[in-house]
Ligand binder design. Sequence first.
Ligand code: C2E
Ligand code: MG
Ligand code: MG
Ligand code: MG
Length: 288
Amino acid sequence: EAKKKGRNGFRFYRQEMLQQITDLAILEKALHGAIHDNEFYLVYQPQVNNYGVLIGYEALLRWFNPELGFVSPARFIPVAEEIGLIYEIGDWVLENACRQLRIWQDMGLPPSFEGVAVNISPYQFAQEGFVNSVEKVMESTQIDPSLLDLEITEGMLVENIASVAEKMWRLKEHGIRFSIDDFGTGYSSLRYLQHFPINQLKIDQTFVRDLSSDPNSHVITNTIVSMAEHMNLSVLAEGVESTFEKAILENIGCTRYQGYYFSKPVKADLATLFLKDNEVFPFERQDA
Ligand code: C2E
Ligand code: MG
Ligand code: MG
Ligand code: MG
């Protein structure tokens, strides 16, 4: 009986594994054609200050494939990294975010607006020619580099410190800014932070989510905010979903926010309207 069950269990497991391998193969195949077939686009999520005034946008990648529908970047970015497509995709994101930034720059930006943040994969950053490729995009789009904020992750700051720092300083010389994404979830490389030209820490949304229920999250958030203050870094809270969370964060001393409470990521045309109208967030669509 047990043997039988075990064998069935095994068969089921094997089937599920085969299914997963097939799914992955389909995903990989689709991903290979995604740039050529124009299946990617960027959305922009507002970043705001204590008063709900727009201070920046984070560019986030979206993929719609006719067969697969929408696929989340949380699903396809790791696959792209695995199969080496992240370089091409990363270049596409950087170039398109900068082209959009140039359009907004030409339109004239509100004084509070600090620019556009772009997520950089560790693989992309580690590439030999990364600095050159950013410089090329700066050249071709003629953006003001101080309007560009590159989001990297903590994990990148623990390996190859010298070469990572060198690349960051070269970009910093152009005026480009750096944020540490998902801060608090990676390696605790606090002692290394000072080696790098970092402008901002982004408090990971898992801490924000648990702020009211988990005393640890409150302590960690508090610590990140005061540490940032001491190190002269900006700090931005991610994933803020309610007026309540915003109030707790403001009380802790946070001054910069991003999250569904203020606005979901929006397409470029609506992001353009926000800039033109000097929109204040939370944004509520007015009918009529
Ligand atoms: P991330 O960089 O930490 O981006 C924040 C994610 O949280 C986004 O998910 C955003 O839509 C979501 N988010 C924003 N506000 C809220 C909120 O209030 N509640 C909740 N539950 N979620 C919120 P998204 O767009 O699905 O992206 C997921 C991750 O995929 C990103 O996390 C980033 O690591 C990666 N990613 C997205 N676009 C790119 C890209 O262009 N390049 C690279 N390398 N990675 C990207
Ligand atoms: Mg990010
Ligand atoms: Mg994040
Ligand atoms: Mg994240």
